[in-house]
Design a protein around this ligand. Structure first.
Ligand SMILES: [Fe+2]
Length: 314
């Protein structure tokens, strides 16, 4: 699709209506004018993933801009926010607080492996989040600094109409520890009590209406089980989930975004996309990425009601 302009912002779409590079924001002006925020959200609703280069943003302005989009998630204690210096940024780097690279087979190494599985951020929270805004402070280059994105709207629209009603009726159980166990089964066979208590499962509809008005899958590697309308667990639940994730992440629905340079900001909507990080390796170089996460304030933010969760046959 050709580049086009909206209110002084220039858009370069990446995969049809999915993903766009946006030029023309004056990031030195954060907090941005309200009419510009409104325009950016309208563009975000359409493309689901926006990429901005050379923003020059620091922690303070990254957080200030994110806060213009809604209330921010606070990083839990194990997230490593002490290095980045604010609880409003998740440290998704491969760097320890002393500046060294994360060492193989530490808890943090294993935790990060789960981020290389296709997922949506914070789907494991009953009050889920809508946006993630990831800013590069150091990038390794040489293809080590990429994030892939999948369009769960297009993936849904291509499902045969005859199959849609039964999928619309399903509910997904999401649990952070499920994706950690998938990526590192031995490491996460035993959870600490702090981990277990901090992140119980959440329940959200499999098919939802996204902010663009289109129906979309709400899926992730955190998806542990599927339940029907009556709270009955489906047989072969993991096979169905991973068949659906494989469907959503076909090449025709995905693109790979390269971080390229310090100052790149990627802003995506977890309600209508999935993503995965390039994995940790022993040959990796320093990759300093920091993420703010904006809590969902939409009609589906809280997932399934208590009355449904109480009747689940887990
Ligand atoms: Fe993520």
């Amino acid at each position: 699709m050709a580049s086009h302009t909206i209110k002084g912002l220039s858009m370069k779409p990446i995969l049809g209506d999915f993903g766009a590079e946006v030029l023309g924001v004056d990031w030195s002006q954060v907090p941005l004018p309200e009419d510009l925020i409104t325009t950016l959200i309208r563009i975000q609703d359409k493309y689901a993933v926006l990429i901005f280069r050379d923003t020059g943003l620091n922690n303070e302005r990254h957080v200030a801009f994110s806060a213009q989009l809604g209330r921010l998630e606070v990083n839990p204690v194990w997230g490593g926010s002490e290095r980045v210096g604010t609880p409003y940024l998740f440290d998704v780097s491969n760097i320890e607080s002393d500046g060294s690279l994360v060492k193989k087979d530490t808890r943090r190494w294993h935790h990060a492996l789960g981020n290389a599985l296709w997922h949506t951020d914070s789907s494991f929270n009953q009050h889920r989040s809508k946006y993630s805004l990831l800013l590069a402070h150091a990038v390794p280059g040489c293809g080590q600094g990429t994030t892939e994105f999948a369009d769960t709207r297009r993936a849904w629209s291509d499902i045969p109409d005859s199959e849609k009603p039964k999928l619309r009726a399903l509910v997904v159980e999401h649990e952070l520890w499920h994706s950690r166990k998938l990526a590192s089964p031995n490491e996460y066979e035993e959870l600490t009590s702090e981990e277990r208590n901090a992140k119980p499962p959440s329940y959200h509809k499999l098919v939802q209406q996204g902010p663009s008005g289109e129906e979309t899958f709400f899926l992730a590697a955190h998806a542990k089980a599927l339940f029907d309308d009556d709270g009955k667990r489906l047989a072969d639940t993991q096979k169905i989930i991973w068949d659906l994730i494989a469907h959503c992440t076909q090449v025709k629905y995905t693109f790979t975004a390269e971080w390229k340079a310090v100052g790149t900001l990627m802003w995506w909507d977890n309600r209508q996309s999935m993503h995965r990080a390039s994995p940790y390796t022993e040959k990796m170089r320093a990759r300093d990425l920091r993420r703010s996460t904006v809590i969902d304030d939409g009609p589906l933010a809280f997932g399934m009601p208590e009355s449904y969760i109480e009747k689940l046959q887990v």
